[in-house]
Write a protein that binds this ligand. Structure first.
Ligand code: FNR
Length: 183
């Protein structure tokens, strides 16, 4: 079974980004398991925790969970044209201690979500910059900029528009193909 971690850069209960991630998760084939991994309980990264062996329990849990994953789907809103700090923090926490990154070599996909028309482009590409350093082979095409998101979500937060779902399926299929290349 292939395991994909889904990291969402919003802690908001009614997060549009989380709803889009949930819609994508339903489109994976049966032999790929997807799971939201909690990042909201991670204390802000402080290298002293690792250097002085006072690692917070939430770091241990997160790192252990992420080590079991084969790939990572990043779904992020855009904050001030960049990556929300909660997601950057999860990247930093998982990347350390040095030499023990939970991300190293794992295929990734980036989906940015926004109520606006620019579709989180800034967040999407700032995130990609970190993924280069983390040595994560990242899905290049199709690029996934989900703008005007409010128009895509129905009353219950589901995506029903046929052409949107077709596009989502293309994203998922392309990502699964990438993952299999690295297995
Ligand atoms: C935003 N928002 C926002 N939107 C955008 O498209 N580009 C941006 O740079 C920003 N900047 C920004 C900063 C901060 C601090 C907040 C709280 C919000 C609006 C943002 O897209 C909107 O709040 C979304 O609803 C956030 O995504 P979730 O929580 O719905 O997933």
């Amino acid at each position: 079974m292939t395991k994909v971690a889904v990291l969402v850069g919003s802690l908001r209960k009614e997060s549009y980004t989380k709803k889009i991630a949930a819609a994508l998760m339903q489109l994976f084939p049966e032999d790929v398991e997807t799971e939201f991994v909690e990042i909201g309980d991670l204390p802000l990264y402080n290298q002293d925790y690792d250097d002085q062996n006072e690692v917070p329990e939430a770091y241990r849990t997160f790192r252990e969970k992420m080590k079991q994953m084969d790939a990572v789907l990043f779904a992020t809103p855009e904050y001030n044209r960049s990556v929300p700090s909660v997601l950057k923090n999860a990247i930093d926490v998982g990347s350390r201690p040095y030499g023990e990154s939970v991300y190293d070599g794992k295929p990734a996909a980036v989906v940015s979500v926004s109520p606006g028309a620019i579709s989180g482009f800034g967040a999407n590409h700032h995130l990609r910059q970190s993924l280069v350093f983390l040595n994560m082979p990242t899905l290049q095409q199709p690029e996934a900029y989900i703008g005007n998101v409010i128009n895509l979500l129905g009353e219950n937060g589901e995506v029903t528009n046929e052409s949107t779902l077709e596009f989502f399926q293309l994203i998922v299929n392309s990502f699964v193909e990438l993952i299999h290349k690295y297995q």
